[in-house]
Design a protein around this ligand. Structure first.
Ligand code: ATP
Length: 516
């Protein structure tokens, strides 16, 4: 998928085929909140299973928990979220649109970057095989100009972020002549800090002491359970705790469909280690997580690491795994070396000793942590945008046709197998149901008898079903069926007794997990 236009089609497709709906749609929707439909919920569950199994089943030293969304309010003071979980926001006075100031600047930098890339593509065409990109970057005046602009703006931006200098952030926006993307106006307000946590009241009396927060990340539920898990599971360092759950952020700007939501789900793993070992484990998880992504088989060029310019208050190394969404390269997962910041803070704030006795070193210490944190909804969007394809196909009679196919990795597909009787009579529906009854315990199957077989295949392509089984009159005589593959549209005549093995080899989660 290349353009914003196709992205719009993808959003429409996700709605039309029961993947994602706007929340409260009949009341005109709720901004940046979404519901998952019948196929969306299946796909989401499959992504969770892939992540959970990759973490918890494949690693002897990682266990999973499920902590509550509500937590003691002191936790968010200890973690720094009450004081520092802010985004810089800016309003355009003419359009009345609100933006994240840092995102405006990042988008501006990305625009210049794509100008450089355009120059390079043009030059590569002109010079052919003899093209030397590094030399071109160093000598072409236009590219040098762009690069200097990027470097200067980036240096100022990083410094301003580090010093929380909101005036300077606004000045960068003014100097770079950044305009409101909607109206082109450059009439900006001052930059202000905005805390992203939702608060609510616990109990019936609304006084300050009862203010609690909806968690903005799942990680703190892991930190505050570190001792419980370590003791009850007799865990030895290094070990990890994984969790999948909802998180809530009152995002300033809701954009790009399910990319940035106010209620979303995270899959996080905190890996507890000996202090000093963090860089080794940081590298380990960087590689392991990229492998998890690439096992899905999408184009390798769509992934890259992006090291953080500004480290969060808790981190001593951090990188993002970025993916090329239809609207550019964006973060899908973060890998952070968080030192002993969180556990030490909870030790101080709670007054409880949170330490590990290392029998090899014969001493106690607060463990260090390397975390991996991925947004489930962003991963969902990554898969949909990779999978969506509009394809022109040639039919058997030579005429052309169009199909929309979701090339979802088979192990993650919402429906694995559709069983289709050729006609609704002559005992074919009964035979089809007989087949489903043998498969349904292992796979999500769908029975469909309405419309022509061609239209039924198209509907299954559109929801990403990897296999269709067609039952016809011959099936009654010799117990064979037609197996039709989503991607190649190839059709094979096979024995019903052979179905299980073929299906298993194509769609089982094992096929993915074995690549890790
Ligand atoms: P961003 O820079 O995009 O706001 P972040 O750096 O604040 O993200 P983290 O706090 O590191 O994100 O959260 C870890 C992961 O959670 C992100 O990589 C992303 O996949 C997911 N995530 C964060 N915020 C949202 C959101 N508002 N909607 C959906 N997913 C989110």
């Amino acid at each position: 998928m290349a353009s914003e236009d196709t992205f719009k089609k993808l959003i429409a497709h996700a709605k039309e085929y029961g993947f994602v709906f706007q929340s409260s749609e009949i009341y005109d929707g709720l901004s940046a909140v979404y519901d998952y439909g019948q196929y969306g919920a299946e796909l989401k569950n499959n992504i969770k299973e892939y992540w959970w199994n990759a973490m918890v089943r494949l690693n002897e030293n990682i266990v999973g928990i499920d902590s509550a969304i509500f937590m003691h309010p002191e936790i968010w003071k200890a973690s720094g979220h009450v004081g520092a979980f802010n985004d810089p926001l800016i309003d355009n006075k003419d359009s009345k649109k609100r933006y994240r100031a840092d995102v405006l600047i990042e988008d501006y930098l990305q625009k210049i970057e794509s100008k450089i890339n355009k120059e390079i593509t043009k030059a590569r065409k002109r010079f052919g095989d003899s093209f030397d990109e590094p030399q071109y970057r160093e000598t072409n005046q236009r590219v040098i100009g762009y690069q200097t602009k990027i470097n200067e703006t980036k240096t100022r931006f990083v410094k301003a972020l580090e010093q929380d200098d909101l005036k300077e952030i606004k000045q960068i926006i003014i100097d770079a002549e950044i305009a409101c993307p909607v109206t082109g106006s450059r009439n900006w307000t001052e930059v202000r800090q905005f805390n992203l946590m939702f608060s609510t009241q616990l109990g019936s009396v609304s006084e300050d002491a009862n203010t609690i927060y909806l968690r903005p990340e799942t990680a703190q539920g892991i930190f505050v359970n570190y001792l419980n898990v370590q003791k009850s599971g007799r865990m030895k360092l290094p070990f990890g705790i994984a969790q999948i759950g909802k998180a809530f952020r009152n995002e300033i700007v809701a954009r790009q469909f399910i990319f940035r939501m106010r209620e979303f789900e995270q899959m996080e793993m905190q890996f507890f280690i000996r202090p000093g070992d963090e860089m080794q484990w940081f590298e380990h998880w960087k590689t392991a997580r990229m492998k998890w992504h690439k096992a899905l088989g999408f184009s390798e060029e769509k992934y890259r690491y992006h090291d953080h310019d500004k480290l969060a208050h808790y981190a001593n190394a951090a990188t993002d795994i970025e993916f090329e969404f239809p609207f550019g390269f964006k973060e899908v997962e973060g890998i952070h070396s968080r030192t002993d910041f969180d556990l030490s803070q909870h030790q101080d704030f709670s007054g409880k000793k949170i330490q590990y006795f290392d029998s090899e070193l014969n001493k106690s210490y607060v463990p260090y942590v390397v975390e991996t944190s991925i947004g489930l909804d962003r991963m969902f969007l990554l898969i949909l945008s990779n999978a969506y394809e509009e394809e022109t196909i040639t039919k058997e009679d030579g005429t052309k046709d169009q199909r929309v196919v979701l090339r979802i990795p088979p192990a993650l597909a919402p429906v694995k197998i559709a069983v289709l009787p050729l006609v609704k009579k002559d005992g074919l529906p009964e035979k089809a149901r007989e087949i489903i009854n043998t498969l349904k315990y292992n796979y999500n199957c769908q029975y469909e008898e309405k419309d022509s077989i061609g239209r039924r295949y198209r509907r299954q392509d559109a929801i990403g079903t990897p296999l269709c089984i067609t039952v016809d009159h011959q099936s009654l005589k010799d117990n064979t069926v037609t197996l039709r593959y989503r991607d190649s549209m190839k059709q094979d005549r096979i024995k019903i007794s052979e179905l299980n093995e073929i299906i298993f080899n194509l769609v089982n989660m094992k096929t993915l997990l074995e690549k890790l």
